[in-house]
Design a protein around this ligand. Structure first.
Ligand SMILES: Nc1ncnc2c1ncn2[C@@H]1O[C@H](COP(=O)(O)OP(=O)(O)OP(=O)(O)O)[C@@H](O)[C@H]1O
Ligand SMILES: [Mg+2]
Length: 226
């Protein structure tokens, strides 16, 4: 599904330059649950941003199925992000004045679907991760783990081909972290392809495959316990 060839990324800040990804090759297949781990500053988030088309590599190529992403224009990339990808970030990024269901509906409405259809999809996604009883709750009425699960429901409600997550458990205590990992595990069982960055070896083990990044290079690529 994703094929990365010689991915190279550097940040230029005036005269100083930071090389973050050093000619990476990586292939992610449909249905895989890949955890990306490694020390702080290794380039994990940078890699995830390139894979998910939130940022543009300095050189190298990312193929998505048969699409050469370097040849997509901004409109095509935006459409891909909105229609084909799902995103989960560490800070949930829920809108505080909207209920759980409304937060999940928002990107579906942005895709141009009607209100009724959006509500149906949102309720289904919240149901899939066990939050049917919280549909009308505001984020402030939910625990951190529940808020993160709402953000997962929002990310999967439009059936993305890939779900990207950057440190989804970073702001959670271990009990809530486990609940969120259970949610990822369940949606992976339903055949969702997932690429997740994490600091926690315990959570990485619950993936299918663990890719370790150090200093901009892949230093190991092994099976997880899933
Ligand atoms: N926009 C930017 N401009 C300049 N340097 C950047 C930028 N974004 C990231 N970097 C640098 O790139 C390197 C890798 O950053 P990245 O955020 O990918 O690391 P990470 O592995 O996700 O770390 P963490 O575990 O702390 O989240 C770091 O040295 C960082 O300072
Ligand atoms: Mg990071």
């Amino acid at each position: 599904m994703i094929r990365v060839q010689q991915l190279f990324k550097k940040y230029q800040d005036g005269a100083s330059e930071t090389i973050v990804l050093k000619h990476l090759d990586l292939e992610i297949k449909t249905g895989e649950f890949v955890a990306i781990i490694g020390p702080s500053g290794a380039g994990k988030s940078t890699l995830l941003y390139q894979l998910s088309l939130l940022d543009k590599p300095t050189s190298g190529e990312i193929w998505l199925d048969e699409v050469k992403t370097s040849e997509l224009n901004e409109v095509e990339k935006t459409a891909m992000r909105l229609n084909k990808f799902g995103y989960v970030f560490q800070d949930y990024a829920l809108l505080p004045e909207l209920t759980a269901a409304e937060n999940v509906m928002l990107p579906i409405l942005m895709q141009g679907l009607g209100h009724h259809e959006a509500r149906r999809k949102a309720e289904r996604a919240l149901g899939r991760i066990g939050l049917e009883s919280k549909i009308k709750s505001l984020p402030s009425q939910l625990s951190g783990g529940e808020q993160q699960r709402v953000s997962i429901a929002r990310a999967i409600a439009h059936n993305p081909i890939i779900l990207f997550a950057d440190e989804p458990t970073a702001n959670l205590d271990s009990a809530n972290g486990r609940v969120v990992m259970d949610a990822f595990s369940e949606i992976h069982d339903d055949k969702q392809t997932i690429v997740m960055v994490t600091h926690e070896p315990e959570y990485a083990k619950r993936a299918h495959r663990i890719v370790t990044l150090k200093d901009g290079r892949i230093t190991s690529d092994e099976r997880g316990e899933k």
